[in-house]
Design a protein around this ligand. Structure first.
Ligand SMILES: [Zn+2]
Length: 337
């Protein structure tokens, strides 16, 4: 199965939406809502020899990508009825962001479709560079342990030109003498006590601004994302979206893992609360409808094979049945395009 040309997930499935749209042979990306004809995504795996299968698969998947690329070159995005792909406003927003563009709905009906997905209305939107959206300020909260503070200096220095409010939230009772540096980030301390959502919520409360990006000590914001976060937050605000998912690249012993895009909903309105002791995620009034994926924002996550194996066991102990030990397998498998 090919990866989604928009969000890069590898999870196309037949859905009721495909049926309702009169596309019985189409598949829907479970991550971003892009719908594409089955034949345009996946070559017939039966009977072909490897070489011709590879050729036809590349050609067909390339056709979907080229149709989308062509539509994205127009000033106003609109699909033709015979295109092998279907997007309404909500899915188009994700696709536009994957090219660092913003799709501005063409009229009131398109705005409504964006705010209350999914409708059957094909997307029509003006395409502008994402940079045209006036950015809003974003606070950054980094969850860490006392021993991480000095090692985080370089990350904070990279973030500082783009973010006026950076907080290190330390898992501990108090800030130790010597941790605070003049001109450095704000520091706060609170015991994690095995509950990640509670720690993230404490981080939300510490933020000065209306939008908050949360990172962990072993994560970085990709260079390409540094200058875009405030623009994406402002773009989300236009439709009343509360939570933005970033793609996370897990690098196990430096090698990119197949667990990708591993969407992490870490850019949120300050009022958003997380839920879940482990694998915490935002608790949103309308569920996924209050969220969006921004494929142009990437988190880089460094971890070791030994850590993956140990962490999986530790999570299971903290929250039996929720350790998601199966995820360790995907994490340890090298990335497949
Ligand atoms: Zn997708």
């Amino acid at each position: 199965m090919t990866r989604c040309p928009s969000c890069r997930a590898r999870d196309f499935r037949p859905t009721e939406r495909c049926q309702a749209l009169g596309r019985p042979n189409a598949l829907e990306c479970s991550h971003c809502g892009l719908i594409a004809e089955r034949g345009a995504l996946q070559a017939d795996a039966n009977g072909s020899d490897g070489a011709s299968l590879a050729r036809s698969s590349a050609w067909i998947a390339g056709e979907v990508r080229s149709v989308l690329a062509e539509r994205l070159e127009d000033e106003v995005f609109a699909l033709s009825a015979d295109d092998p792909v279907f997007l309404e406003s909500y899915a188009l927003r994700t696709l536009a962001l994957s090219k660092t563009l913003a799709a501005i709905p063409a009229d009131a009906a398109q705005w409504n479709a964006l705010k209350a997905p999914y409708t059957k209305l094909p997307a029509q939107a003006k395409l502008v560079p994402l940079g045209d959206i006036e950015p809003v300020p974003v606070s950054v909260i980094i969850l860490c342990r006392p021993g991480d503070v000095s090692a985080l200096t370089s990350l904070v220095e990279r973030l500082a030109p783009c973010f006026a409010d950076i907080v290190l939230l330390i898992d501990g009772e108090a800030i130790a003498p010597g941790m605070t540096q003049p001109g450095g980030p704000r520091l706060a301390a609170r015991p994690l006590a095995g509950h990640f959502a509670a720690q993230r919520n404490a981080g939300q409360d510490l933020a000065l601004y209306d939008w908050v990006l949360q990172l962990d000590a072993d994560e970085e914001l990709a260079q390409s994302a540094l200058g875009s976060v405030g623009h994406v937050a402002a773009y989300a605000d236009q439709a009343g979206t509360l939570s933005v998912g970033l793609l996370r690249e897990n690098r196990v012993d430096r090698r990119l893992s197949d667990l990708f895009p591993d969407v992490q909903y870490r850019l949120n309105r300050k009022a958003v609360r997380y839920a879940g002791a482990v694998h915490e995620r935002p608790d949103l009034p309308r569920g996924w409808r209050d969220s969006m994926i921004a494929p142009n924002l990437v988190i880089e996550h460094r971890l070791s094979r030994a850590h993956v194996e140990a962490r999986s066991k530790a999570y299971e102990a903290m929250s039996p049945g929720h350790g998601r030990t199966f995820e360790a397998g995907d994490l340890l498998r090298p990335y497949r395009p």
